[in-house]
Design a protein around this ligand. Structure first.
Ligand SMILES: [Zn+2]
Length: 182
């Protein structure tokens, strides 16, 4: 993975060589290393910047849930993995809860289940808020299906208003259609 792709930290300057041998002191464009005069306004640069900013947004959303995203990790892959394991946890815990005779929220199994439900709900909301369809280009079809299945299973286990649920399912459907068309 080329580290050249990383945008400069906030407050940095473009730094391109100028005709008089100095360095450009303009601020880089959002999500980019260069300013508008030094390649930052080309369509490719803008598209790459959009993708980079979207990834940063997804990373930030995942980190807010307390899930680490390591330096070079693809936040979309992290998301797919985490959603899948959240759905598996839910299934396991749901079976365990079924064996608890009295529904007691303080029972360790029940409270673990309620935490897992809460977590799956938050993850499903992140999936809805981060426009899955736009991100399909960088995620394999297998992972898309994993995400779609996990989202569906998470939604089945979580109280969610119909509009949000429909938004998630629409995004997943769009993504699957795009993946099939590719
Ligand atoms: Zn510049």
């Amino acid at each position: 993975m080329a580290h050249d792709d990383n945008p400069r930290p906030h407050g940095a300057t473009c730094g391109a060589r100028t005709r008089n041998g100095g360095r450009c002191g303009h601020p880089p464009m959002a999500g980019q290393r260069r300013c508008r005069h030094h390649g930052g306004s080309s369509p490719q640069a803008k598209q790459a910047a959009r993708r980079r900013l979207e990834r940063e947004r997804v990373s930030a959303a995942i980190r807010r849930l307390g899930i680490p995203v390591e330096g070079g990790a693809d936040p979309l892959e992290v998301m797919a993995r985490v959603l899948n394991s959240a759905a598996r946890d839910l299934e396991t815990l749901r079976d365990a809860v079924a064996e608890v005779e009295v529904y007691d929220p303080d029972h360790p199994v029940v409270s673990m289940y309620l935490e897992a439900v809460d977590r799956a709900g938050k993850l499903a909301k992140v999936a809805a808020d981060t426009s899955l369809a736009e991100r399909m280009a960088s995620i394999s079809e297998q992972n898309i299906r994993t995400v779609a299945d996990a989202v569906r299973r998470a939604l089945d286990s979580v109280e969610m208003d119909m509009a949000t649920r429909q938004r998630v399912l629409n995004a997943v459907a769009r993504e699957l259609r795009s993946a099939n068309a590719a």
